[in-house]
Design a binder for this molecule. Structure first.
Ligand code: ADP
Length: 382
């Protein structure tokens, strides 16, 4: 965005991306299986899913690197993929940042960035101004004459980011751009990606398997599984009202238990776990007597003295996390990780764990109930 007086003006003409009924098969496998998605103009949408869920296939289809077998893609009013029609990637007014940077090794940073302006027919003064501005925006104004091999991984990804924004495309696509970087650099570059994208006002679509990255970046998160979109919404909605067990498990769970439903009304259920009764949230599909699997969000647990919705436990492990301590505790029914407390509680201590009903979500299950079983097989347990 550029500020004119009080008013912020987008540098690009961001459009809505609409994908309908997208199918992409590799042999008998449907990498995209009747996939629908709408990305609102100027928003930052993150598509989150495990490996093999179809994220790359989707983003490559939006970019035009892959051809859909069927379905349509529109950018605003423009159809860019449809029945027997496939617009070439270079005509799509978008830029993509790849996991492996994809820089030309024989070109300097300046030349790599300038390459993205080749088809813009800018005069050399304007092109030079834009390249230097892009280098400056990513903090590399002194590295314009360096070749990729003379740059660190983080710097190379910054060049790739500058190359993506220099042409001011209406759509920015990010294919796991932080995966090859160290943790602290990942964090810094993440903030830069979020800031720069919002500054130019482009629509952004970013794919990752990393739940914390998705929540940190997104205006909207879409969760993928096996080539289908399981849920799309604001991060808060996805976390608070996950559509199903898969979405819950993939967006952060610190423990799970099996029990029997004692009562279920209006989105709430009491699930009995042996001699304990735990209040949970639930969709309306559970009935009294059903077996239920209760998934617990990491944010829902804390140490307490006594009261309702508590479980006795023993501290198995404690880890210092800067602002406080994360504990792993074992209850009669399983292990809960990520119990946070400003104070450390010693290993072996007997404790009571409060489980906030808001972050405790019950789903129907056909798994057999076995007291003492540690059900840690969930994807996403942290
Ligand atoms: P993700 O990016 O979420 O890891 P992909 O889109 O790369 O998922 O892959 C989705 C599915 O399609 C996977 O099962 C993968 O093995 C398969 N797949 C992807 N690309 C090809 C290909 N070129 N040939 C055959 N199978 C592929």
């Amino acid at each position: 965005m550029e500020e004119i007086g009080e008013v912020k003006v987008s540098l690009v003409n961001a459009y809505r991306v609409v994908i309908k009924g997208a199918v992409k098969r590799y042999g008998s496998l449907a990498a995209l299986n009747d996939f629908d998605l709408t990305i609102e103009p100027g928003t930052f949408t993150v598509l989150l899913g495990p490996s093999g869920s179809g994220k790359s296939t989707l983003i490559r289809s939006i970019a035009g690197i892959e051809r859909l077998d069927s379905g349509t893609i529109h950018f605003g009013d423009r159809e860019i993929a449809g029945e027997g029609f496939h617009m070439a990637p270079e005509k799509r007014d978008l830029a993509m940042v790849f996991q492996d940077y994809a820089l030309w090794p024989h070109m300097t940073s300046y030349e790599n960035i300038g390459y993205a302006l080749k088809r813009r027919n800018l005069d050399s003064t304007e092109s030079d101004r834009r390249i230097n501005e892009a280098l400056d925006r990513v903090g590399l104004s002194t590295k314009g004459s360096n070749y990729p091999f003379q740059l660190s991984g983080g710097e190379q990804q910054r060049v790739a980011l500058a190359r993506a924004i220099v042409g001011r495309p209406s759509l920015l696509l990010f294919d796991e751009p932080l995966s090859n970087l160290d943790a602290d650099l990942r964090e810094r570059l993440r903030v830069e990606i979020a800031t720069l994208t919002r500054e130019i006002g482009a629509t952004a679509c970013y794919i990752t398997h990393d739940q914390s990255e998705a929540f940190a970046l997104a205006d909207t998160i879409g969760v993928l599984q096996s080539g289908t979109l399981q849920q799309i919404g604001k991060p808060e909605e996805i976390y608070r009202n996950p559509a199903n067990r898969f979405v819950t498990a993939f967006t952060g769970v610190s423990g799970s238990f099996l029990g029997t439903v004692e009562s279920a009304t209006a989105g709430k259920a009491i699930v009995v776990l042996g001699q304990y009764r735990i209040e949970c949230r639930t969709s309306n599909s559970l009935k009294v007597g059903d077996l239920a699997e209760v998934l617990i969000r990491p944010s829902a647990t804390s140490f307490t003295q006594s009261g309702s919705n508590t479980l006795p436990a023993i501290v198995l492990d404690v880890a210092y996390r800067g602002r406080g301590y994360e504990h792993v505790v074992e209850c009669d029914f399983g292990v809960i990780s990520s119990v946070f407390s400003p104070q450390s509680v010693a290993r072996g201590s007997r404790v009571e764990i409060y489980v906030d009903p808001e972050g405790c979500i019950a789903f129907p299950t056909d798994k057999a109930f076995s007291p003492g079983a540690v059900t840690q097989s969930l994807i996403g347990i942290k």
